[in-house]
Structure formats: C-alpha cells, structure tokens
Design a protein around this ligand. Structure first.
Ligand code: NAP
Length: 281
C-alpha cells in the first residue's frame, strides 16, 4: 500500500485562491474595505516572530490587511489585557491572533480569554472551545481545525473509526479530540501520564501526533492502513511521528513539513475572512 499524501501546502494554496476572490468580492460590496487581522507578538522569540510574519504574509497573499502589534518581553498581563481590549473595541479589526507562547510572567489563559468571541479567529478562548465541544458555532482552534479540513479535503473517513490523539494541550490535543468526537470517531486521548502508550497507538485507525518531541511515536507502533497525522515540526524537518518507514504501509499520511503547518495558517486566514464577511456586509 502506498500512502496517500495529505498535502497541506496544496490544499492551503487552493483555499487561498478562493479566499482571494472572496476578499475581492467583499471589497466591492463594502466600499473598498477588507478583513483585518491584528497579530500580537510579545517578546523576541525568533520562531514566534517567524510564525507571525508568515501569518501577515498569508494575509497579503489573499488581499487582506494585517496589523502587527509588537510588545516587549517585559510586558505584564494587565498591559496585554488592555491591548486586547482595545482591539476588541475596534470595528475595523476582525480577527485577533495572540502568538503562543507568551513570556512566562504573563497569564496566557487570561489573555486568550479576553479576545472577543467574534474575533477569536485562532480559536483559543475557553468560550469558543466550549461552544465547539457542544456543537455550537465557533471558530475552531486553528491547528486542529486545519487538520479536520485537510482530512475532509481528501475524503478521509472518520466516523466510527478509532482516533488516538497523543497530546492534550489547550491549542492542539484537546480541541483535536473534541473535533474527532464531533466527527463521530471513537476517541482516545493520551498524555504524559498515559500508561502503555504503544498499545493504545497500535489500536489507532487515525493517529494524531501532537507531543512536541521529535519522532517520539515509533513507526512500528502504527498499524498497517492507518491514517497518520503529524502536527509536530522540529529542526531537521522531522515531526512527532517516525514517518519514514510508514510511506508504504499506511493508507494516508501528512508530510513534514508541508502537511499540518500550512493548514494552520490557512485556517486562521479563512476564519478571519469569515469574520470580515460577517462584520462588513
Ligand atoms: P505542548 O503544549 O508541549 O503539549 C504536548 C503534549 O504532549 C502534552 O499534552 C503532554 O502531556 C504530551 N506529552 C508529553 N510527553 C509525553 C509522553 N511521553 N507521552 C505522551 N504524551 C506526552 O505542545 P503543543 O503546543 O500541543 O504542540 C505539540 C506539537 O505540535 C509540537 O511538536 C508543536 O511544534 C506542534 N505544533 C504545530 C503547529 C502547527 O501549526 N503545525 C501548531 C502548534 C503546535 P501532558 O499534558 O501530560 O504534559
């Protein structure tokens, strides 16, 4: 069996072409206005700075605007809360992205939750998570939502299958598990206290690696024919799953890079366009 490659870069490019048309149409209907994404970067972590830059570039590619707010590493929780409050109040800002992680003195959860629900295009608020988990409308958390979009694009069946999600972080593993559940998978969530991870991974029809450790999930734990989604990205171009030996054994897999990463940014942009459409027409 040769694995179908779940090509996130390709799907993101297709979606960008469609989004560019929607932004253009919105401009015509709203007297030249476009959706606007406000990005907030706190501190000078180079990886975070790169991600924020990539998000701004993606905005430009589809013809919409972004406003970049950069705050010093010494920023306090209250300063950041005030900044977000101001963005919430601006009618010409349609989405707010607070780049994770923020410096450790900041209460990141409080700041995420300050983002108004209608501007939570990265899907990071407790309210948005709760609504999504209950099947109510909300913007999905960008990485897991991007994964669901990627699986849907390639018509990967989820219903009735056993999805094993390794990782339970607020921005990835937890919302991923809820989205798989909403798609009628039977879901197992694994984490650092899970006993006998290997046995659980062996049961997976769909395995999602969201651990943050390079090639932590071994190829020989994964059964033949499984669908393999690797959210990780580490120096050297490897993910959280040992993908190399799987290409002729599993039914579908995300490449690293070019799988989940482009879908995350693309989902953020797509949801900002949706928010702009709701606000401007
Ligand atoms: P995180 O916040 O560090 O969470 C890692 C999760 O893995 C935690 O839930 C942790 O469990 C679990 N874990 C750690 N060691 C484990 C072990 N030995 N066995 C089983 N589970 C273990 O990381 P994250 O933000 O979710 O990111 C996960 C990965 O996705 C990283 O590689 C990151 O680079 C990548 N990522 C990619 C994108 C993208 O756009 N492509 C976006 C976000 C993240 P506990 O909860 O028990 O500590």
């Amino acid at each position: 069996m040769t694995a179908q490659i779940l090509d996130g870069k390709h799907v993101a490019e297709l979606t960008e072409a469609e989004l560019a048309q929607r932004v253009e149409a919105l401009k015509e209907r709203s007297g030249g206005r476009t959706p606007v994404l406000a990005t907030i970067l706190v501190g000078d972590d180079p990886a975070s700075a790169t991600y924020v830059k990539m998000k701004g570039n993606a905005c430009r590619r589809v013809g919409m605007e972004s406003v970049a707010i950069e705050l010093p590493a010494s920023t306090k929780t209250n300063d950041l809360l005030r900044e977000i409050e101001q963005l919430n109040a601006k009618p010409d800002v349609h989405g707010i992205l607070l780049q994770h992680p923020v410096p450790s003195q900041i209460d990141e959860r409080a700041c995420f939750d300050m983002i108004a629900l209608e501007k939570d295009v990265d899907g990071v608020t407790c309210l948005g998570f709760g609504r999504m988990a209950m099947g109510e409308p909300a913007y999905g958390c960008a990485t897991p939502q991007g994964i669901m979009r990627l699986l849907a694009h390639y018509n990967i069946e989820i219903e009735g299958r056993h999805a094993v999600v390794v990782g339970r972080s607020p921005i990835l593993g937890k919302p991923m598990a809820m989205m798989m559940l909403a798609a009628n998978a039977t879901v197992t969530i694994c984490h650092s206290r899970t006993r006998d991870l290997e046995t659980l991974v062996r049961q997976a029809d769909v395995i999602v690696g969201a651990v943050g450790r390079p090639e932590f999930i071994c190829a020989d734990w994964i059964k033949d024919g499984a669908v393999v989604v690797d959210a990780g990205y580490h120096p050297g171009g490897v993910g959280d799953i040992e993908l190399g030996p799987l290409a002729d054994r599993v039914s579908a897999m995300t490449p690293v890079p070019g799988g989940v990463g482009p879908m995350t940014i693309n989902t953020l942009i797509q949801q900002t366009v949706q928010s702009g459409e709701r606000a401007l027409v």
